[in-house]
Design a protein around this ligand. Structure first.
Ligand code: F6P
Length: 546
């Protein structure tokens, strides 16, 4: 292995760590509202205007001193050097000996990006141009199916990063979508592809098999079954018109029977969960066309520049990453909620679950030793206002501390002002309610106007009290455009990076998914009667029930 390129020091060994712990203890009983009273200029250091974004982190349990200590921690952790190492193509994915260069797919700079001494930008452009040309042909109807008809439906076959990103973005950009109807098949559950194929006409359907490795059991099983379905209705010669592939593994795509002409290459320096910017985004490009896809890249590219060039105290991904560490490591928060106030982004939490939890769910430090503190955050969420009527009760009055990101858009896409005003009213009211809560005397004031007896009022009051002091970040964005969406996704990607650097873990491998895959292969042999492997009593009994 090549030498390690990232700094290597556990979070708790930085000199500012002790001061940060002491400061957290000092202000633990100070409420967010008290911080506002004590800091008349609080909004000066807790709000950020960038491009079409207004980010407000003022509703957090932190003060200027705590914020400064977090920034000091970021400096001491070598974050600045680490950012340079990532963008310049050093092998920061150390355990897989790979560069991490999804940023090269959207770079707005002309500077060469070197991998093994070779500038990869020409290769990136060639792969993008091939994808754009293909998508234009399909959208315009010039690409014909085996019977001479144009394509009307597209099925993306992939899982994890080869599904979640494309599916989330296609849904998010539905407003910009052309006539093509997109479907996504990911689960190895046969019922999934059975449902996805319902009503499809093989003459007008295009299947995009997306797998970085082209070895993933789920994707290959689905691709094989769907090919059989296709061949039960269409001639073998139709395969080349209806099956295309996206992969790094060109030998395997060929062996699967996909024409090299119809194979869109990606590179091993793009991680699966960061790959929607690459040819893995082909389904996105089909759905919204190359121009919108380019705008998505452009937005991410702008966020990359912000991340690279902005001092830490004004750097949005850095600030959000540090605040997340503040709650995870100093307040014992286990999870974070992501609440987008638009139905278009209802799959954002699921997408970020892979991005964040597959990246930072690691217990071994970059020194090869188990870390002595919590890493990773459990990510969950749903769209607002739906979430308010589902799990917000627990955030408002439960016993757990759940920092939440509220993501909203000033303007709706369809111009329905009355609904948009209500949506935004909820978006803003919730963060205020979470912070301010409701005191017993406020509750009693309200109850006095009811017909209830005073003893009943007294008995009911505790249940109606909101402690408040629940932290939130507000991301208010102009409108859900491809460019703003690109910037938003890139923001969270960089937040992941910041946290991985500070936690001293490797964010870009995913060894934790391997064991389950290995055992599933064995168990399949048991189920299919090809072997009788040794297992624990529980597993053996379960197998006997199948
Ligand atoms: O679940 C593990 C994983 O390797 C993810 O990181 C990846 O996005 C997914 O499987 C799919 O992998 P592939 O694109 O190689 O089929």
């Amino acid at each position: 292995m090549q030498k390690k390129t990232l700094p290597n020091k556990p979070l708790t060994e930085h000199s500012s760590w002790k001061a940060l712990v002491a400061h957290q203890q000092k202000i633990a009983q100070t409420s967010i509202l008290d911080h506002f009273s004590k800091e008349p200029n609080r909004l000066d250091y807790t709000t950020f205007e960038w491009e079409n974004f207004y980010v407000d982190v003022s509703k957090n349990r932190i003060d200027q001193k705590g914020f400064d200590l977090l920034l000091q921690l970021a400096e001491e952790s070598g974050l600045a050097k680490a950012i340079t190492a990532q963008f310049s193509g050093e092998l920061i994915n150390h355990t897989e000996q790979r560069a991490v260069l999804h940023t090269a797919l959207r770079t707005l700079k002309k500077d060469p990006v070197l991998v093994d001494g070779k500038n990869i930008l020409a290769e990136v452009e060639a792969a993008q141009n091939k994808m754009f040309a293909f998508c234009e042909k399909v959208i315009s109807g010039d690409w014909k199916g085996y019977s001479g008809k144009a394509i009307t439906h597209v099925v993306n076959i992939g899982i994890g990063g080869s599904d979640l990103g494309p599916a989330m973005v296609v849904e998010a950009l539905a407003h910009y979508q052309n006539h093509l109807e997109l479907r996504f098949v990911s689960n190895v559950d046969g019922d999934h592809h059975h449902e996805a194929l319902k009503g499809l006409d093989p003459e007008t359907t295009l299947f995009v098999v997306v797998s970085k490795t082209f070895t993933t059991q789920e994707t290959l099983s689905n691709a094989n079954s769907i090919r059989q379905w296709f061949l039960s209705k269409a001639p073998e010669s139709g395969i080349s018109k209806h099956f295309i592939a996206v992969s790094t593994n060109l030998e395997k795509t060929k062996a699967f029977g996909i024409d090299p002409e119809n194979t869109f290459p990606m590179n091993d320096w793009v991680g699966g969960r960061f790959s929607l910017w690459s040819t893995v985004g082909l389904s996105i490009c089909l759905a919204v066309g190359p121009d919108h896809f380019k705008a998505l890249l452009q937005g991410a590219g702008k966020m990359d520049l912000h991340f690279q060039e902005t001092s830490f105290e004004k750097n949005i991904p850095v600030v959000l990453g540090l605040l997340s560490i503040w709650y995870n490591n100093l307040w014992g928060a286990e999870s974070e909620a992501i609440i987008p106030y638009t139905e278009y982004l209802k799959n954002l939490p699921a997408y970020l679950q892979q991005g964040i939890m597959e990246s930072n769910g690691k217990y071994v430090g970059r020194d090869g030793i188990p870390v002595q503190y919590q890493t990773g955050t459990i990510i969950w969420g749903a769209s607002g206002t739906n979430a308010q009527h589902a799990f917000f009760q627990l955030i408002h009055q439960g016993t757990k501390l759940i920092p939440a990101d509220f993501i909203g858009f000033k303007k709706s896409l369809n111009g329905n002002v009355a609904h948009q005003n209500k949506l935004l009213a909820n978006f803003i009211a919730q963060t205020e309610a979470l912070m301010a809560g409701k005191t017993k005397s406020q509750v009693m004031d309200e109850l006095q106007h009811s017909n209830m007896s005073s003893s009943l009022q007294e008995a009911l009051a505790p249940f109606k009290v909101f402690e408040g002091n629940k932290p939130t970040n507000t991301l208010l964005i102009e409108q859900l455009s491809p460019e703003n969406l690109g910037a938003l996704i890139a923001l969270y990607e960089h937040k992941i990076f910041v946290q991985g650097i500070l936690w001293n873990i490797y964010s870009y491998d995913q060894w934790g998914v391997e064991l389950g895959k290995q055992l599933a292969t064995k168990v399949l042999e048991d189920i299919e009667g090809e072997a009788a492997h040794a297992h624990d009593p529980s597993t053996l009994k379960l197998l006997s029930k199948i």
